[in-house]
Design a protein around this ligand. Structure first.
Ligand code: GLN
Length: 499
């Protein structure tokens, strides 16, 4: 084994790719290293499925392409996927009993594109059931732990992805964001995450939660790494996702180093109200100062309907979920009850057994707000306000180039926190929901530590299709700060038997 045998996992995506190209380390060696780490860190609960043979075969093929000079942009890169993306070679559960052991006959477009660029799949990552949640406690396969403090949640719903990247079990991971599920766990686990503009990456093969909001994205340790991955993931998919944008794939790395002198950063007053914990506020204030010292200008702005994003989202998302989850009827795929009296009883029993409490709650809320007599009062009204929220952003972008603020009101809460009250979780989504409802791109960038030495992420929101600017702003910040390089002490608790 090479000199990298023990610290391979500390390399960024960019560094790892350079090592592969220079043949300092092989894709197989890297795959073995990360698989071993996944196994020694099982107690984090991040991985749901590993398939060593598949991973090593992919790595072997990558090595062959590296040797023959036909390497793709991500050749050999180990990556793990949120278990919401369907995969042919690994089980796909979406964190639900309903899909336990389910195998898809095809790969999601995002998975396919990353594989085409040479990425090697390490396995599938735990998440809240059907991506519904903010703590990863809604997974049917157990909670994921936050590597910074094992008694805390990693955030959700892409909690497995964030925890795995933070604990260096994978250099990068895919995630999905419907109302904050990439940004919030990134913030809680101290990693960099980006959700692009709605429609940038194909939804084909993403187990559907709320189709008008669901968006694939990526988590890694740096903005540079996110740019590399996102460039390979995005692009139109007209035959398979009718909402994918007709905008050509873009190299998100080209503008990374642009200067940010004169950049106008909008700071929404509504993101700094009473609900924001003082420790988080201190970190965000310091990050904003840092931007000023880089030559950016802070502009106070207002997003007046921020508070309404909670009721609006928690009407629209369950409405769409109640319809999307119709397909889990015990007939087409997934779980089917063993004992039932007739067809209707089969549906009922299957769904009663297969879905967890949060999913059932949302199906009931969703069905209610769509039902005759309530549709106008709730669903239609929510859609109208959703449009106004999007308009507020467009007003704001007349005054600024990007928007910055906290990702979440607090640092990660304890696993037994929030009194198991779903409403408390919903309320904590307040700063991520607005950009999701508007379909705007958003990021979380490690910006410091708050109470209990837990990570705090700075949220950056850009206008439509302005991902490369977001990544540029985050990259410039990471050139002068080292929050993104901090590592949880649990990372090296388990020494590998170096071979
Ligand atoms: N926390 C939000 C919810 O529970 C967002 C989840 C997501 O983005 N997938 O719905």
């Amino acid at each position: 084994m090479t000199q990298f045998s023990t610290d391979l996992h500390d390399l960024t995506v960019a560094e790892l790719l350079a090592c592969f190209r220079l043949r300092k380390v092989s894709a197989v060696e890297a795959a073995q290293h990360f698989l071993a780490r996944a196994k020694t860190h099982k107690n984090l609960g991040a991985f749901l499925d590993l398939s060593e043979d598949v991973t090593l075969a992919q790595a072997c093929a990558a090595d062959a392409r590296l040797s023959s000079g036909t390497a793709g942009a991500l050749e050999g890169l180990p990556i793990a996927h949120k278990d919401i993306f369907v995969t042919r070679d690994f089980a796909t559960t979406a964190g639900s009993r309903m899909l336990a052991g389910y195998r898809s006959p095809f790969d999601a477009t995002v998975v396919q594109r990353l594989a085409k660029a040479g990425a090697v799949t390490l396995g599938k990552l735990n998440c809240d059931e059907f991506a519904m949640g903010s703590s990863n406690k809604n997974s049917a396969f157990g909670s994921v732990k936050n590597p910074w403090d094992m008694s805390c949640v990693p955030g959700g719903s892409s909690g497995g992805s964030a925890a795995a990247v933070a604990a260096r079990l994978t250099p990068a991971a895919t995630g999905t964001d419907t109302g904050g599920s990439i940004r919030q766990p990134s913030s809680f686990c101290g990693v960099t995450g980006i959700k692009p503009t709605y429609g940038r990456a194909s939804r084909y093969g993403m187990v559907a939660f709320a189709s008008s909001l669901d968006q694939a994205g990526v988590m890694a340790r740096t903005a540079q790494d996110c740019a590399l991955l996102l460039s390979c993931m995005c692009g139109p998919d007209p035959l398979r996702d009718s909402t994918s944008l007709d905008v050509p794939a873009e190299d998100f790395s080209v503008r990374l180093n642009d200067g940010i002198e004169g950049l106008r950063i909008g700071v929404p007053i509504e993101f700094f109200g009473e609900g924001l914990a003082p420790d988080v506020r201190t970190v965000i204030d310091a990050a904003l100062k840092q931007f000023e010292s880089l030559g950016a200008k802070l502009v106070p702005i207002s997003l007046p309907r921020t508070e309404l994003s909670i009721p609006v989202y928690y009407i629209i998302a369950p409405a769409e979920a109640s319809s999307n989850l119709n397909r889990f009827d015990g007939v087409k795929f997934g779980h089917r009850a063993k004992n039932y009296t007739d067809l209707e009883d089969m549906y009922l029993t299957t769904r009663a057994q297969g879905f967890g409490a949060e999913v059932k709650r949302r199906i009931m809320i969703g069905t209610y707000v769509l039902s005759h007599g309530y549709y106008d009062a709730y669903y239609l009204q929510a859609q109208k306000i959703r449009r106004m929220i999007a308009d507020d952003f467009q007003q704001a972008f007349k005054q600024c180039d990007v928007i910055a603020g906290p990702v979440a009101p607090t640092v990660a809460w304890r696993l037994d926190g929030h009194n198991n009250d779903p409403l408390a979780d919903y309320l904590a989504d307040i700063f991520t929901l607005p950009a999701s409802l508007a379909g705007l791109p958003g990021m979380s960038v490690p910006a410091g530590f708050g109470v209990g030495s837990m990570p705090v992420g700075l949220q950056l929101i850009g206008n439509y299709l302005d991902e490369s600017r977001l990544l540029n702003v985050a990259h410039r910040f990471q050139l002068v700060t080292d929050w993104h390089t901090a590592r949880p002490s649990s990372v090296n608790n388990y020494q590998l038997n170096s071979n």
